[in-house]
Design a protein around this ligand. Structure first.
Ligand SMILES: *Cc1c(COP(=O)(O)O)cnc(C)c1O
Length: 479
């Protein structure tokens, strides 16, 4: 499988060549030249596979430059019941992403957050850690990952890369802005290759520093700076697997359909669902849920894509979805405009000039039903109500992001074809967001027993001003 850029002006690349990079050289995002089609006979065979086996089958369709036996080994090391051990009581950790029915055969939670950091980002990041190790070893190279996090991405990256000989992680976080549990997750890591920097400022300032450092081409080359952000193709590819797994868990045969509701921010998770659908997985509907930052809901309702200004971006109680623009959305629009890279580049020229684009009234927007997308948004009060409702009816505590999914799923449930199960993707466990759970339920969320003492362990973090030169000096002294 070869990879091209959405903007049409980059040569074709192999998987391992785009694995360690970010944007394509023309500023676009990488996509495979075509999506592999999965035939009915393959679906029948895949239904019986373990998660690791399924991951190998799907990823091998996208990865042409890692020998099959090696890729299979990477999948088997990544997707183990020990790594994804934080399953709910009654769910089987060996399923990796167990399906937890709330209404059997009707409404279910697809548990994607049983990994080390209790958010779905582990699903892809753990694979990325093992792929990086493999490719760097083969090439005799090292990499220094620089990132900024508002919570879930940073810890997932650190837990995926900790102890890896050829990788160092420099992760900037906004000082004092994450939950106590999220801080403890990152700052208690004692591995020598993990460097936590708490920047005295907002997340955006941390993000700007990353952009400034990565934008200095000579520094970037000299210190082998890399990224693992949401646009990384391997992350999207890894996420395709659990849509298949969820489908198999929810249905008895491959003539059935399923619907997914996906709490969305940067459009990475649901982009994988869209690709699963293009590959031939029988998905009746992809329901996109946003919080108050409703950029994507606005597009799917009106055809207008209008990234927000920083000042318009709301701080919410589902903070991992607080985005002003959706960095993976370009991949979907590329497909919506039929792979017309010139058209796509024109639309993104508008976005990069700080404007919006409007596809309403175009043949592109008219194609949306063919792609199965619908959307909705959920605000603070909806989120709390959903947490209370699911707890009262089913005795299950859901996190505030999953609660946004639940709210929007319920709005669309009645419009699904009869008998189609609706799976809400559980993007984090409630333990990460205790304040919202306390507000909704009046008590603290349960913390997985092996993480109970996390907040009492010693923490290691460098507090620094949002000063690009100082942070460059910090990195330079350690690479
Ligand atoms: C990252 C994240 C999201 C948003 O996922 P995208 O891939 O950016 O759409 C939703 N919920 C949680 C808990 C997250 O960490």
């Amino acid at each position: 499988m070869k990879y091209i850029s959405t903007r049409g002006h980059a040569g074709q690349s192999e998987f391992c060549d785009i694995l360690l990079g970010g944007l394509a050289p023309d500023g676009g995002l990488y996509l495979p030249v075509s999506y592999p089609r999965v035939e009915r006979a393959e679906l029948d065979a895949w239904r019986k596979l373990s998660y690791a086996g399924l991951a190998f089958e799907i990823l091998s369709r996208f990865i042409g430059d890692i020998p099959a036996a090696d890729l299979r080994g990477i999948c088997e090391r990544t997707y183990t019941a020990d790594v994804y051990r934080h399953a709910r009581a009654g769910d089987d950790p060996a399923q990796i992403t167990p399906l937890h029915w709330l209404e059997p055969g009707g409404l279910g939670l697809l548990a994607l957050s049983n990994g080390p950091t209790l958010a779905f980002k582990d699903m892809a990041m753990q694979l990325l850690g093992n792929l990086f190790e493999y490719v760097l070893e083969a090439r005799g190279e090292t990499i220094n990952i620089l990132g900024a996090t508002s919570g879930d991405t940073g810890s997932a990256a650190e837990y995926a890369m900790r102890g890896k000989a050829r990788v160092r992680v420099f992760m900037l976080s906004p000082h004092g802005k994450m939950s106590a549990f999220q801080r403890a997750q990152m700052y208690t890591l004692a591995d020598a290759n993990i460097f936590n920097i708490a920047v005295t400022g907002m997340f955006d300032e941390a993000q700007d520093i990353v952009k400034a450092v990565s934008g200095d081409a000579s520094f970037k080359a000299r210190h082998r700076i890399g990224a693992v952000n949401s646009i990384n193709w391997a992350r999207v590819a890894a996420q395709i697997v659990y849509y298949f797994k969820g489908y198999f868990a929810a249905t008895a045969g491959n003539d059935e359909q399923v619907a997914f509701c996906v709490p969305s921010g940067n459009f990475g998770n649901i982009c994988a669902g869209h690709i699963a659908c293009r590959m031939g997985l029988p998905i009746a509907r992809l329901i996109l849920a946003t919080n108050e930052n409703d950029v994507l809901d606005e597009f799917f309702r009106t055809g207008v894509y209008r990234p927000r200004q920083a000042a318009e971006t709301r701080v919410t109680s589902s903070p991992s979805m607080d985005i002003s623009k959706a960095s993976n959305f370009e991949r979907f629009i590329y497909d919506l405009v039929g792979g017309d890279a010139e058209k796509l580049a024109g639309l993104w020229a508008e976005i990069e000039a700080g404007r919006a684009f409007d596809l309403s009234g175009t043949p592109y927007f008219a194609r949306l039903p063919e792609f199965g997308f619908v959307s909705g948004c959920s605000a603070h009060a909806d989120r709390l109500a959903a947490i209370r409702d699911v707890y009262a009816r089913h005795g299950v505590t859901i996190d505030p992001h999953t609660a946004d999914g639940m709210t929007v799923a319920r709005c669309h449930a009645a419009s699904l074809p009869a008998g189609v199960p609706l799976l809400v993707l559980e993007t984090a466990q409630p333990a990460k967001f205790a304040a919202a759970i306390r507000e909704a339920l009046g008590h603290d969320p349960e913390i997985p027993t092996d993480l109970g003492a996390l907040e009492t362990l010693p923490q290691r973090v460098e507090v620094m001003a949002p000063d690009v030169e100082a942070i460059k000096a910090y990195i330079a002294a350690r690479t």
